[in-house]
Ligand binder design. Structure first.
Ligand code: HEC
Ligand code: HEC
Length: 464
């Protein structure tokens, strides 16, 4: 106990030293890479290109706060980690030596030497999420969607609001325990104990804090003249850290709980949910635009996003956007032509229709390029599609409360907006009931076109 107290009380810089783990898999040195903002010039993104002194100042600040290498971790004072962050590593520095970090199991009182967040991360997560949590591990390039880049401090699946709040530990625990369905993010329930999942959560938060402080410092340094040796001050560093730490600490108080209990999933509720999905306004609710993104049949093909066909060509077949658009336009032309010629085919019977597509190539290209640039990217700049809601696969979990959170507060960084300010809770529950019913009853949206027309038509005026 005394040693733990001493440990927690060394304010300022509590150091852990983590030596390489024993097994071959973990052997070898790895080190933090600079953020791409050190050099990369991108419109609207601050960078430190051509400012070596300021680059060095940011590196130094990060090393002072978080440690110089992944194997040597410092925990910034007051960062709010359980027990001062001691479970981030497996050894702590004591005097000139190191000592095992031991965890006492709550119910059995058994003492276990911990692997530590870093060791677990290196074993299970690093090959996807990368050394500094940039989502750029060696496996990442083969995956869609890409592993999360933690450095923005933005996480998609949270129970919290408003505006890009941090996840709670419970949110992270759910993601790591059960994985994100329909993506390559695995479920770690069978591989890690409860205490190990807590250790790795500490490490994800640690990397996220480090990355966010790096981003903040780069933003400050980007405004400073390259020869200004006082470029970033101790105050700047403290402020950058405090903002990040305070956001993480606040998050546990930001959990959104529904004010109304879930409505029974009756036929009426499911149909009401369907009509809300298609844009109908009920009572105090406001009309919502789910179909703009998810499409009338909820297949994830709404008009705010680039066409599925083009998306697939770019993301999965690695074609350039221009090539994909040209090919698609040609395909549409061919389909259109053959429809003209097949009696009983799609366009059969429209004798007067020309074999030209109704839209010129330029107009088509313009629209799809805009959709791609504006709509079809997430906050990390990666390709994004709205979910197909007919499959019954939900990244953030399939419990009614998970879907409540997705709809009420949106998916951070991924264009799916919060609807808590548009729909009262009972109507959100109707939508949840509809979403959960849809995969089993695709016919719910069979007549979506007609229903949408009738539910969104202007209210009938009573004629005298
Ligand atoms: C095979 C690759 C892979 C491995 C291994 C992996 N992840 Fe992920 N992880 C992903 C992908 C892909 C996503 C993003 C999915 C998306 O955005 O839809 C993700 C997302 C996450 C998120 C973000 C959730 C959110 O709300 O935004 C966290 C946290 C996370 N992973 C933690 C971990 C941890 C901890 C480990 C190791 C114990 C791990 N991951 C291992 C692929 C992986
Ligand atoms: C501006 C576009 C947009 C609008 C409007 C929108 N969504 Fe989404 N929605 C998305 C995107 C994009 C995703 C996928 C995010 C991802 O995969 O990370 C998504 C995902 C979802 C998911 C899947 C959640 C999960 O855990 O995988 C559900 C359910 C959902 N939306 C329901 C709705 C409902 C209901 C509405 C209307 C009340 C709506 N969305 C409105 C863009 C939108």
């Amino acid at each position: 106990m005394t040693s733990r107290l001493r440990f927690v009380l060394i304010a300022g810089s509590i150091s852990f030293l983590l030596t390489g783990c024993g097994d071959a898999f973990n052997a070898g040195t790895i080190s933090y890479k600079d953020s791409e903002q050190f050099t990369k010039k991108q419109k609207d993104t601050p960078d430190l290109d051509g400012k070596p002194q300021l680059q060095e100042a940011v590196r130094k600040a990060l090393a002072d706060l978080f440690g110089p290498r992944p194997q040597e971790i410092k925990v910034p004072a007051g960062s709010g980690f359980p027990e001062g962050g001691r479970y981030l590593a497996n050894y702590e520095k004591v005097g000139d030596g190191v000592q095992d970090i031991v965890y006492t199991e709550a119910n059995s009182g058994k003492k276990v030497a911990v692997v530590g967040g870093y060791g677990l991360y290196r074993k299970y997560c690093l090959h996807c999420h990368g050394v500094q949590g940039a989502g750029d591990g060696p496996t990442a390039e083969f995956l869609y969607p890409l592993p999360r880049d933690y450095r923005r401090g933005v996480f998609k699946f949270t129970s919290t609001a408003p505006s890009n709040p941090k996840p709670t530990r419970a949110d992270l625990k759910k993601t790591i325990t059960h994985g994100l369905h329909g993506t390559s993010m695995p479920a770690f329930e069978a591989l890690m104990s409860g205490s190990e999942i807590e250790q790795v959560i500490d490490y994800v938060i640690f990397l996220s804090m480090r990355g966010e402080v790096e981003r903040n410092l780069i933003s400050i340094a980007a405004l400073v003249d390259k020869d200004d040796i006082n470029g970033i001050t101790a105050d700047d560093i403290k402020e950058s850290l405090d903002t990040v730490v305070n956001n993480w600490k606040a998050t546990e108080t930001l959990v959104v709980s529904p004010k109304a209990r879930r409505t029974e999933p009756t036929r009426e509720s499911v149909l009401r949910g369907r009509d809300i999905f298609l844009g109908k306004k009920f009572g105090t609710g406001q009309p919502v635009a789910c179909t703009d993104c998810h499409g009338l049949h909820a297949k994830g093909d709404g008009s705010s996003f680039v066409e599925r066909n083009i998306f697939d060509k770019v993301v999965f077949r690695r074609k350039s956007l221009d090539t994909a658009i040209e090919e698609r336009y040609k395909e549409l032309g061919d389909e259109h032509k053959s429809a003209q010629w097949q009696p009983g085919g799609h366009g059969g019977g429209h004798d007067s229709a020309s074999s030209e597509l109704p839209e010129t190539f330029d107009a088509y290209k313009n629209r799809e390029t805009t959709n791609w640039d504006k709509g079809s990217k997430d906050d990390w700049g990666n390709p994004l599609r709205a979910a197909n809601l007919n499959l019954g696969v939900y990244k953030g979990g399939r419990r009614p409360i998970d879907l409540y959170w997705r709809i009420a507060k949106g998916i951070n960084g991924a264009k799916m907006p919060a609807h808590g300010n548009l729909l009262p809770d009972d109507q959100i529950w109707d939508v949840v009931n509809f979403i959960l019913a849809l995969p089993y009853e695709p016919d719910l949206l069979k007549d979506a076109e007609q229903i949408k027309k009738s539910v969104t038509a202007a209210p009938a005026v009573t004629q005298r």
